[in-house]
Ligand binder design. Structure first.
Ligand SMILES: Nc1ncnc2c1ncn2[C@@H]1O[C@H](COP(=O)(O)OP(=O)(O)OP(=O)(O)O)[C@@H](O)[C@H]1O
Length: 476
């Protein structure tokens, strides 16, 4: 929004008069006050976009007004006019949150330029606010983290409570359960939104580099350190640092990390200066940290420091009821990202997906859906589109059924079945002999194995072989 209403406060009549005249001519709505009290009164009754305040006024001075205004309206653009030749007052004003300062005496052109600059800055600021809003919406907890099952509802409750705070969170869960997704959601739903979210995977970085990745290094700190470098802690200043796979952090670094967390300051490798850092920590692991503490490969004090709010993500096999929702979510993603028009999954396919155990959790499901959507020519995915799953067997059974079905049709077509009265037994009997023969062939006559595969008792198999006149093999 452009600047429209301006408040001018100065005890010098000539300054008020000149500014009011010039700004009103340019179309701004201007209100003037000759002292701080009057300015405060006007501020309380009008919505100004900008205030131009003289630093020296009887009663309430410009700096105090600035503070009071910003306490109520942090978005107000305040310009402080200062007659002082020293910069001290101007610096003080900037520290207190003034947008800029205007040294007296000034040209009206200077004032115009300043208002124009502020106007542009205001627009950028509003855009940033909008973007933040969009981001927040994008990361709205239950929009991106899919799940409706009781463990997920419990999770949303915890996240809703913990996100707005600065509390350290320790996320545990098997690989692919969404630990990083949850860490991001916490950040984007916290007041730190708009500040950096920095992730580092402690398992993926060689030990000797991890320290400098985390805490930075000074030039020449070690061979290869040709430039000074800020570490992840510094990069995350004001925001959130996500320490993934924290269980893999070497013990000696754990000690340094603990110190940093306690003291909220870092020292770069090879440096001596301490640098204050304001960082929220979210750590994650798929290991049992308590067990590592017992084994002495993870520091107990660090564990307690990180485990302020424990968040445990359930494996997908413990919330199978969420699979249909997840499938729809990933199908929509596939349509957007892969330009396919896969619409849904058949009931049988959903059944198959719900029976699978998903050792790779949501990541594995996501990959399976994306791959199937990409490869299947059909808008509705069927079990055949998931050949890697258990259901491969089901699919083979299906095709075996088709195969037998068509053979049966071929042999029955020329027969007048109305003349028969024991077709069921006849057909099954016809199948029994070839089936037993094939299985015995494959087990090289091992009856124990054959009985096991067929799922029948060994004595039953032996009797059947006798009745059918099939040669009994070895295996007794
Ligand atoms: N509940 C969920 N809803 C939607 N997508 C999810 C959910 N959980 C995980 N995902 C997706 O699954 C993939 C893996 O998630 P993520 O990387 O967060 O898991 P992780 O637990 O950090 O895995 P790892 O331990 O292997 O690093 C991502 O693409 C993520 O968006």
């Amino acid at each position: 929004m452009a600047i429209r209403r301006i408040l001018i406060a100065d005890d010098e009549d000539s300054i008020r008069w000149v500014l009011e005249r010039s700004l009103s001519r340019q179309g701004y709505e201007v209100a003037t006050a000759s002292d701080g009290r009057q300015a405060l009164e006007l501020f309380r009754h009008h919505q100004f976009d900008m205030a131009i305040l003289d630093i020296r006024m009887p009663g309430i001075d410009g700096l105090e007004l600035l503070e009071r205004f910003l306490a109520e309206r942090p978005d107000l653009l305040v310009i402080i006019m200062t007659a002082e030749t020293s910069m001290k007052n101007a610096i003080e004003a900037m520290k207190k949150g003034a947008y800029d300062y205007l040294p007296k005496p000034f040209d009206l052109d200077e004032v115009d330029a300043l208002i124009l600059k502020a106007s542009k800055a205001n627009q950028v600021r509003e855009q940033v606010c909008l973007l933040k809003e969009e981001l927040r919406e994008h990361y709205q907890l239950d929009r991106n983290i899919i799940g409706n099952s009781p463990p997920m509802q419990k999770l949303f409750k915890i996240l809703g409570r913990v996100a707005p705070s600065d509390a350290t969170v320790l996320i545990t869960g098997e690989s692919g359960t969404g630990k990083e997704l949850v860490a991001r959601a916490i950040h984007f739903n916290s007041p730190r939104l708009g500040k950096p979210f920095i992730a580092i995977n402690c398992a993926a970085i060689p030990r000797e580099l991890l320290e400098s990745e985390l805490f930075g290094h000074e030039k020449g700190a070690f061979t290869g350190a040709s430039e000074r470098k800020a570490g992840k802690f510094e990069q995350a200043h004001g925001g959130t640092l996500f320490l993934d796979e924290i269980g893999d952090m070497p013990l000696e670094l754990q000690a340094k990390l603990l110190r940093v967390l306690q003291e909220k300051e870092i020292t770069r490798t090879g440096g001596s200066r301490t640098i204050a850092v304001d960082v929220r920590i979210i750590a994650a692991t798929n290991q049992n940290l308590q067990e590592k503490v017992r084994e002495k490969s993870f520091r107990e004090d660090l564990f307690y420091r990180l485990n302020v709010v424990p968040v445990a993500l359930p494996p997908l096999r413990e919330r199978r009821e969420d699979i249909p929702l997840l499938v729809d979510f990933f199908l929509e993603k596939a349509r957007e990202e892969l330009q396919v028009d896969t619409r849904s999954c058949s009931k049988e396919a959903i059944g198959l997906l719900q029976r699978h155990d998903w050792p790779g959790n949501v990541r594995e499901l996501e990959n399976a859906i994306m791959r199937a959507a990409l490869l299947s020519p059909d808008p509705v995915l069927s079990p055949a589109d998931f050949p890697d799953l258990q259901g491969g067997a089901e699919r083979r059974e299906e095709s075996l059924e088709d195969l037998i079905g068509s053979k049966l049709r071929q042999s029955l077509d020329p027969v007048n079945i109305f003349e028969l009265d024991n077709l069921y037994e006849l057909v099954l009997h016809q199948m029994e002999r070839p089936l037993l023969r094939i299985v015995l062939e494959k087990t090289r006559g091992n009856q124990v194995k054959a009985a096991e595969i067929l799922g029948i008792n060994r004595n039953t198999l032996r009797k059947k072989l006798q009745v059918l006149g099939l040669k009994a093999g070895r295996g007794s």
